[in-house]
Design a protein around this ligand. Structure first.
Ligand code: GLC
Length: 716
């Protein structure tokens, strides 16, 4: 796609001075009053290729000013009309899961397992942000993560590479559409390349140890998918892998990213990541940082001025070959041409009716929420039920939007009590807590037909530089749950969380559990409609829910031990720890409905194919009949896992290889069909070579990763 801009980029490059070339590699954060004139002068000289539309190193945590379209159009006018080559700047912003209309955090959207809806959500998101000068968003965040102590797990797609790849594709297509140069589309950015989600101990910005075998099979699939879907920018990650900072690694940034994944766009660093090479101990001076990063294949330097302050001297003294600079500049020019910036450098802002976006956000939130427990069908509630509503999220607004919500407005976000009040035909007694004024709360709970607890974690305990050592809710909330249970009434817990929390000692004390996540502008209405059954819940956990934080890491696609201790799958659970049972509280892919689904009659048209047949494009055709045997119409995410019991390298006990979310009416039975071809049945060797091997493949189909084995295929 970018090759068609090669000639034009060459022409532009040929007229540029060295200073201007280096300017294209330089990204600055939004100018503020104190430095506005200096920045304008730099733009005028062609020394700024891009503006990061935020101020500060952790934009997701700090209040950012609203976008002033005229301000950015004026900066762009200076670049286009007053700089020597008139090259437009590219404006990038962290539009992670919404702009003014906020959608669920990406981890929650992933829980919907509805990639069509995710794509539609990002179309809305692109429409709103592009209408406010944003050409380029630093999304999708594709850091596969098995450690929910890491605050940034909420920004990604959870623990599974296959789901990550499917969601990556949906986000890139939603943002870019068929023609990213259109004024309502945005360039995507696959980040953080690579391995940031393996940050040791879940502590942000820490080191990672990742074998090449794991890198290719667990961490790269989402990036392969994003690149295949058309992502033309990648953000390198802060972390190091096995002692090598990604920012200065030719192996990761060029040999693998470009050589093996075929990436042809440009790489932008993370914030100040180039200059941090000195702290990481691989560079002595800032100039060394610059030399290492550019030679590794890092094209654009975010905010630390390494390139703009050092590259000219490094080229002049022969330390850096001008060809390396030219290549980096050309990559950036081609992406700017691909986005159509030369033809349309300015934002023609229109007044936008967000009604349809809010409807889409509601639909996305409704499908993202996960019903984890519903003992004796306590849910859905009757509209005329007398409810005692208590907990810190009763009137909470800001946290419902989640982290990385730069343009969302808490004051516009409906809180849970308001949604319940509007929907209820009964009486609701509400308090923002309960523990403090227990006597009145206790009386209300005695009065009520049912107790609903609005629980969760603050948005500010999630996101960047927000790791936690214990993945839980506060002691006060746990105490409130215990007291509510002691009343003998039915107790429903609604969890407004970002990450999965350890449920031991919590879920046992509740009759029902709805995981509502931080689901954006429409969180409250969606959670309320699930509570009353106006929406039948259909989300599935994209991450394992552990019993205890001390069981981390605990993930479903684990390889088998040589001893009978595969506790994730219930094998001798007492043999793993002497003091606790490390089986998942809720396994990957788990989520209930108000109805029940039964799986029967699994079939494979052919149970044996030769390796050559598969290479020639044949695939195994598998079907299963799913019946809705309950009392509600519902949506089920039918999941197909494989296990390769004998291979040259150890393969996971379960690997998700297909899923289909489908509505099945009560009493209806549907035949769900899957196809497993060459690209589904193999794995990557440490050198990145993809192999499919002869032998058996076990197929498990069901409603979560503990699905039963249904078919055994044979590759001969
Ligand atoms: C931050 C984050 C990155 C974000 C960038 C720009 O430090 O790591 O995800 O896109 O800086 O705000």
């Amino acid at each position: 796609m970018l090759s068609k801009f090669e000639k034009r980029a060459e022409e532009i490059l040929s007229k540029m001075s060295l200073k201007e070339k280096i300017g294209q590699l330089n990204q600055l954060e939004t100018p503020v009053a104190q430095n506005l004139e200096q920045v304008k002068e730099k733009v005028r000289q062609g020394l700024v290729g891009s503006i990061l539309m935020c101020v500060g190193a952790t934009a997701g945590n700090d209040e950012q000013g609203a976008i002033d379209v005229n301000f950015y159009n004026e900066l762009q006018r200076i670049a286009v009309e007053e700089s020597p080559s008139g090259i437009p700047m590219i404006f990038g912003r962290d539009v992670i899961h919404g702009h003014r209309t906020v959608f669920p955090i990406p981890l929650a959207m992933t829980a919907s397992f509805n990639t069509d809806l995710i794509e539609k959500s990002y179309e809305c998101i692109a429409r709103e942000a592009a209408n406010e000068s944003v050409h380029w968003t630093f999304t999708p965040m594709l850091d596969m993560c098995r450690d929910p102590r890491w605050g940034r797990i909420i920004e990604g797609t959870g623990e599974d590479p296959f789901v990550g790849a499917k969601v990556a594709e949906a986000i890139v297509k939603g943002l870019q559409g068929d023609d990213v140069s259109k004024s309502d589309r945005m360039l995507s950015c696959a980040k953080h390349y690579i391995g940031y989600g393996a940050s040791e101990g879940g502590r942000d910005y820490h080191r990672a140890e990742i074998s090449d075998y794991s890198l290719h099979n667990n961490y790269l699939p989402a990036f392969r998918s994003a690149i295949k879907a058309g992502a033309k920018t990648v953000m390198s990650s802060f972390n190091d892998i096995n002692g090598q900072p990604v920012t200065s690694s030719k192996y990761y940034l060029t040999d693998i990213l470009r050589g093996q994944l075929g990436f042809d766009g440009f790489v932008v660093s993370d914030f100040n990541a180039v200059i941090q090479l000195m702290r990481q101990g691989v560079a002595k001076t800032v100039a060394d940082c610059c030399l290492l990063a550019l030679n590794a294949g890092l094209d654009m330097d975010m905010q630390d001025n390494c390139y703009i302050d050092n590259l000219e001297e490094l080229v002049k003294n022969g330390s850096i070959d001008i060809k390396v600079v030219d290549e980096a500049v050309k990559r950036i020019l081609k992406v700017k041409l691909y986005k159509g910036l030369f033809e349309n450098p300015y934002c023609n802002h229109i007044e936008m009716d967000r009604t349809k976006h809010l409807e889409a956000a509601y639909e996305m939130a409704s499908e993202s929420m996960v019903l984890l427990k519903n003992d004796n069908g306590v849910l859905p509630l009757k509209k005329d039920a007398k409810i005692a509503l208590a907990g810190p999220f009763t009137y909470e607004q800001r946290s419902l939007l989640g982290s990385w919500t730069i343009d969302g407005k808490a004051e516009e976000t409906e809180h849970f009590y308001s949604a319940l009040k509007n929907a209820s035909k009964g009486e609701i007694w509400a308090t923002s807590f309960g523990g403090l004024n227990w006597d009145s709360t206790g009386k209300a709970m005695d009065w009520a037909d049912v107790i609903v607890l609005a629980l969760g974690e603050s948005w500010s305990a999630t996101g960047e530089s927000r790791a936690v050592s214990d993945i839980s809710i506060s002691e006060n909330q746990k105490d409130l749950i215990r007291k509510a249970k002691a009343t003998g009434k039915k107790v429903v817990g609604v969890f407004f969380c970002g990450r999965p929390i350890a449920m031991q000692g919590i879920a046992e004390n509740l009759d029902a559990v709805i995981y509502a996540w931080h689901s954006g502008s429409m969180t409250a209405k969606a959670a309320c409609d699930i509570l009353y059954g106006d929406v039948v819940p259909s989300g599935k956990m994209p991450v394992t829910v552990p019993r205890l934080a001390t069981h981390i890491p605990l993930y479903y696609n684990v390889t088998s031990s040589g001893r009978p201790v595969n506790c994730y799958y219930g094998e001798n659970p007492g043999a793993c720890y002497v003091d606790s049972i490390p089986t998942p509280y809720y396994p990957f892919g788990y989520g209930l409905s108000y109805t029940e689904f039964e799986y029967e009659n699994p079939k494979a048209i052919k149970e044996e194919l030769s390796l050559n047949d598969l290479k020639a494009g044949e695939s195994f055709k598998i079907s299963v009949c799913v019946k809705n045997t309950g009392n509600y119409d519902g949506k089920e995410t039918v999941q197909l896992y494989i296990h390769d019991p004998v291979a040259s390298m150890m393969r996971p006990l379960r690997e998700l290889k297909a899923f289909e979310k489908t509505e099945i009416l009560k009493g209806e039975a549907k035949n769900i069909e899957f196809s497993l071809g060459f690209d589904d049945l193999g794995y990557y060797l440490s050198n990145g070579e993809y192999v499919v091997e002869k032998g058996e493949i076990e197929v498990y189909i069901g409603s979560n990763c503990l699905a039963e084995k249904m078919i055994v295929l044979k590759i001969s």
